[in-house]
Design a protein around this ligand. Structure first.
Ligand code: IFM
Length: 442
């Protein structure tokens, strides 16, 4: 049975935090928020577990003080949250919702009062419905509107934010949502995929330009990295894995660090790419101050000739799994960081902006024993420690997530929190993992 006492051996200035996102916790039926495309998507039969949506979620709009107190009482030094675009700009790009503006004002001020560094993410998947109806991420205008939205954030809160990230997990925004059809808008369409793969990165670039125009200094992007491995030594599986590496990982990092897209995937998407997309790559490559890495699992890839466009499949691996059926593969975290640093010769600070697991947690008379989650954190923190010992420039680690919350297509059926949420009563119950962090952070 592992514990988290290794935390005490981390460098004194290493930041430990925990993370959430707006749609997953806030409850968008409160505070005059606009709707997001997830509200629409959840209504489509079979797309989301029990058609659940984020109207109530964890009602963080009401319980935000209690929630921040939970972060602070555990001894964390930072809180990663996201702004909700439809809460701030209900119609996407026109009027501001003053209630939304003051909500984040209060939230950030309270973080500072509690000595929590505010790590703000601009976009964590809640696209205003109004922009989704105009074509969403398959349209160039959405990237332009993202620049206006970025300005609202940086102008109102830039003086108090410790750091900002433009986009959370562009792979999910583009590939998972337009090619695999798993997230909103649920498309399986190569043309919209190609457009979204580019426009989400252009939005990042425009966001960076706005951030720089306000002389804000601590800005980055958050990429979800998969440890991609070939299912076998067969050349066709290795080739399939290489293509998947481009799809999941290097498309986004090549764009940011090299102002280019990787060749194999570009060959596949080429005919559908926006005209003159090359001209945008310089904007996308605007230098960032740090790279955020979210890591959960590995992808085992096999050649599959049944697949028409990208001839590959993700095979279920043999390792122990979390409740998401994701393999627990801690060395993958080390591998993805090593790959990133070597491939791009990175000197930038790296923040581990998300890592954690879903577990079938049970509330037994007010006790939630999630030892499996403690084991997961232990194993991943060990990998980070190894890299720190080797001199890697890793600055922080954020546990995903503070609260059980809306896990997208899985609705409220997957629990990732350090704190258990009873969704009937909104009661928060600290899990064993919360106590474990707390006794080692303080
Ligand atoms: O809950 C999500 C989060 O919104 C983005 N990263 C992965 C988490 C677990 O699936």
């Amino acid at each position: 049975m592992n514990n988290l006492s290794l935390i005490k051996k981390f460098p004194k200035d290493f930041i430990f935090g925990t993370a959430t996102s707006s749609y997953q916790i806030e409850g968008n039926s409160f505070g005059e928020s606009g709707k997001s495309h997830w509200d629409q998507f959840a209504k489509i039969d079979g797309m989301v577990f029990n058609s659940q949506d984020g109207r109530i979620a964890c009602n963080h709009i009401k319980y935000w003080e209690e929630d921040l107190q939970l972060v602070s009482d555990a001894g964390f030094g930072a809180y990663r949250f996201s702004f909700s675009w439809p809460r701030l700009m209900p119609d996407g790009n026109q009027s501001l919702n003053q209630k939304g503006i003051s909500f984040y004002d209060k939230l950030i001020d309270k973080m500072l009062e509690l000595d929590l560094k505010p790590f703000g993410t601009f976009y964590h998947w809640d696209l205003p419905i109004y922009l989704a109806d105009l074509g969403g991420w398959a349209k160039r205008d959405t990237a332009k509107y993202f620049a206006d939205y970025s300005e609202v954030i940086i102008k109102n809160y830039g003086d108090r934010l410790y750091s900002v990230a433009t986009i959370n997990e562009p792979w999910c925004v583009a590939w998972l949502s337009h090619y695999l059809g798993v997230h909103a808008p649920g498309l399986k369409d190569i043309e919209s995929t190609a457009k979204a793969m580019h426009y989400i990165m252009l939005a990042h670039g425009y966001g960076m330009e706005v951030i720089r125009s306000y002389s804000f200094k601590n800005a980055g992007i958050v990429l979800n990295k998969a440890a991609v491995e070939s299912y076998s030594d067969k050349p066709e599986d290795i080739e399939a894995a290489n293509l998947y590496e481009e799809i999941h990982n290097s498309w986004f990092s090549d764009a940011v660090f090299k102002s280019k897209y990787p060749e194999n995937l570009l060959n596949i998407l080429g005919d559908y790419m926006p005209v003159k997309y090359e001209e945008d790559l310089k904007i996308i490559g605007t230098p960032i101050d740090w790279l955020g890495i979210n890591y959960y699992t590995r992808n085992l890839i096999k050649f599959d000739k049944q697949e028409k466009i990208c001839q590959l499949t993700d095979i279920e691996g043999p390792l122990n799994k979390t409740d998401m059926n994701w393999e627990i593969y801690p060395e993958g975290l080390k591998k993805v960081i090593e790959t990133e640093v070597n491939r791009y010769n990175l000197k930038l600070p790296i923040h581990i902006t998300e890592n954690g697991m879903a577990n079938k947690d049970l509330n037994v008379d007010g006790n939630v024993d999630d030892q499996k989650r403690i084991d997961y954190y232990f194993l991943h923190l060990q990998e980070i420690q190894t890299l720190l010992d080797r001199g890697y420039n890793i600055k922080s680690y954020f546990a995903w997530s503070l609260l059980d919350n809306y896990e997208w297509s899985f609705g409220y059926n997957k629990r990732f929190g350090l704190v258990y949420v009873d969704f009937e009563t909104q009661k928060r119950i600290k899990k064993k993992s919360w106590y474990e962090f707390s006794s080692n952070l303080k």
